[in-house]
Design a protein around this ligand. Structure first.
Ligand code: AMP
Ligand code: MG
Length: 409
């Protein structure tokens, strides 16, 4: 049986970033990755500008640290100066306004005193050419690459795109992810379960996990354990970039998902991984109808909720990130066990746990857990600590890899 690391490698080998699409600034595509270099069409600032409200002067006019000058003009932001500044002259200027010809510094208003007849007394022993001004092009020059292809868009990138007038630009899109729950016993959360039935916890959980990973989920409901019920829903789900199924991939009599997927042209790349929970997990690909676009990815997750959750984080999340041209991310940290913990397991086990850091060190504490159906235990957890197979008494302070499932960016 494959190890988790081998299975992850197998998934990532199948994934390439989705072909770029046009995004627009009126709905900034936060978290997506630019698929082109962005070049500035302007110098920024476009003119040498005042960084303070005050008086634009020649610094040499204040060589003694104090002087009385003649005010020749008032320049507010958005206005273009008409007078030049000579020795002994000043222009009243506001933050963001262009510096007049001949001026090379701004004395802040707090260091001024207005006098009779357009005169002002300025006092600033520290003034130098360049004080309180930002020269043209200091931030960027026209023609500069201000954002490189591969940059992830955050609010500051959105502002920069606006600054250089790029209201439309190319990004790798968020993958569309279809989610289908399977099982004759599974009913919608709005229903009151009859004897033998349970509600579809996985559907909402997987929708939320897709959102957290940056994908666009599409909930396809529940299909019963019959070929006629599964087939049309799976066909629908195969229209999206990724299809996630839950349930129906184990060795039970009604676990029909692998066969239906195979009949619909999915090539299985693995089925079963050496892990607990989540062993029956299935992964496959189906070629696109069009060109050489990357294949549709299909994940058959086991029905038990904790298995489905762990398999999503280990296999689906890195795939969604790779489709968006993001690095798979380092979701593991090494953490020290906060208390002794005795544990016996026959496969590497992802045990729900609480992870926290103190004094620059990660600590981890397993939470009480009754196994793969017990999602309630995971509500008290923010991570999964990985215990090796065997019968062990793990001592406090021993370190283990921990799968982080909360966002830490
Ligand atoms: P399966 O993988 O189909 O054999 O299901 C394994 C276990 O998970 C069974 O106890 C199912 O009832 C349960 N299960 C399957 N699907 C769901 C679901 N969508 N939500 C919650 N539990 C489920
Ligand atoms: Mg089932």
């Amino acid at each position: 049986m494959r190890s988790v690391a081998e299975a992850q490698k197998c998934v990532l080998e199948q994934v390439r970033p989705l072909p770029p699409v046009t995004a627009r600034l009126d709905a900034p595509p936060l978290g997506l990755v630019l698929a082109e270099d962005i070049i500035s069409d302007v110098d920024m600032p476009p003119f040498t500008k005042a960084l303070m409200d005050g008086y634009a002067i020649r610094a040499s006019s204040l060589s003694g640290g104090m002087s009385e000058l003649t005010v020749v003009e008032e320049i507010t932001a958005g206005k273009w100066p008409v007078c030049g500044i000579g020795p002994g002259e000043a222009a009243q200027i506001m933050t963001g306004a262009p510096l007049p010809e001949g001026a090379d510094a701004v004395v802040m208003r707090e260091r001024s005193q207005t006098l009779e007849g357009n005169r002002v007394r300025l006092e600033d022993a520290a003034i130098r050419p360049g004080s309180n001004v930002m020269p043209r092009g200091r931030e960027m020059r026209r023609g500069d690459v201000v954002l490189k292809c591969g940059t992830r868009i955050r609010p500051q990138e959105a502002g920069l795109l606006a600054t250089v007038g790029r209201t439309a630009f190319q990004v790798h899109p968020a993958p569309r992810v279809a989610i289908l729950s399977t099982g004759d016993e599974v009913v919608e959360p709005t229903a009151t379960p009859r004897p033998g039935q349970i509600r579809n916890g996985n559907g909402s959980m997987l929708v939320a996990q897709v959102c957290r990973a940056g994908g666009v989920p599409r909930y396809l409901g529940i299909a019963g354990d019959r070929v006629e019920a599964l087939r049309p829903r799976i066909v629908e789900g195969l229209g999206d970039d990724v299809l996630i199924l839950s349930g129906g991939v184990s060795a039970g009599k009604l676990d029909l998902v692998p066969q239906v997927l195979a009949d619909l042209g999915m090539r299985a790349l693995f089925h079963k991984v050496s892990m607990k929970p989540g062993k029956p997990v299935l992964f496959g690909v189906r070629s696109r109808q069009t060109g050489d676009d990357p294949p549709h990815l299909v994940f058959g997750l086991p029905g038990n909720p904790v298995s489905a959750m762990v398999c999503f984080e280990l296999f689906v999340r890195p795939a969604l990130r790779a489709l968006m041209a993001l690095p798979p991310g380092p979701p593991f940290v090494q953490a020290s066990l906060a208390e002794d913990f005795a544990y016996r397991t026959d496969r590497p086990t992802y045990h729900p746990a609480r992870l926290w850091s103190t004094e620059g060190r990660w600590l981890v504490q397993p939470v009480p857990w009754f196994g793969s159906p017990d999602l309630r235990a995971v509500a008290a957890a923010n991570a999964f600590v990985v215990f090796p197979e065997g019968d062990h008494r793990h001592g406090a302070g021993e370190t283990f890899p921990v799968l982080c499932v909360e966002d830490r960016e």
